[in-house]
Write a protein of this length. Structure first.
Length: 159
């Protein structure tokens, strides 16, 4: 099992200082991609409202591709669409055991079989999501949900 305590501490160290948020997202993507086994994609989508100084109404929001590790991915995901958009709209983590069984799953990588998406929140609003994919079915479970939510809660205090 992954040591999420240690990963959270490492992510926290990478987020310390007066840094550009995108640099932090990039390093945390690399940290998770490099340390979690059987992960084919790890990265962030950023809410357009957050990028554009909150000029979008929350109900019209979209997610834009941010820093990641893995194959090139879709660049725009409306809130409510796919696993990422659903997690963003509902403000809840989504663990998908089998992406083929998730209605509306957006297949950026045809080899992706399972996925976890954790929303990043600030002042009650979704500012982005952490998205991690695997080419193995059922890769993510309760320990991953708990561990990755810890990483995101830590990150929210630093960005
Ligand atoms: N599968 C995601 C799209 C993003 S990629 O996995 C990187 C979704 O359904 O939202």
């Amino acid at each position: 099992m992954e040591n999420y305590e240690e990963l959270t501490a490492m992510a926290s160290a990478l987020a310390d200082g007066d840094l550009w948020d995108m640099s932090v997202y990039a390093n945390i993507s690399a940290l998770l991609y490099g340390n979690l086994p059987d992960v084919s994609w790890a990265g962030f989508y950023i809410a357009k409202s957050h990028v554009d100084n909150n000029r979008c109404a929350p109900d019209q929001d979209t997610l834009l591709l941010g820093p990641f590790c893995g194959k090139p991915a879709c660049v725009v995901i409306p809130f409510g669409k796919g696993v990422c958009g659903t997690a963003a709209l509902k403000k809840e983590t989504r663990v998908v055991e089998d992406v083929e069984k998730f209605p509306g799953h957006i297949a950026c990588d045809p080899d992706s079989r399972s996925e976890i998406v954790v929303p990043l929140m600030k002042d009650g609003r979704v500012i982005g999501v952490l998205d991690i994919d695997s080419d193995k079915k059922g890769r993510f479970g309760g320990a991953d949900k708990e561990g990755l939510e810890k990483v995101c809660r830590m990150l929210e205090t630093k960005i």
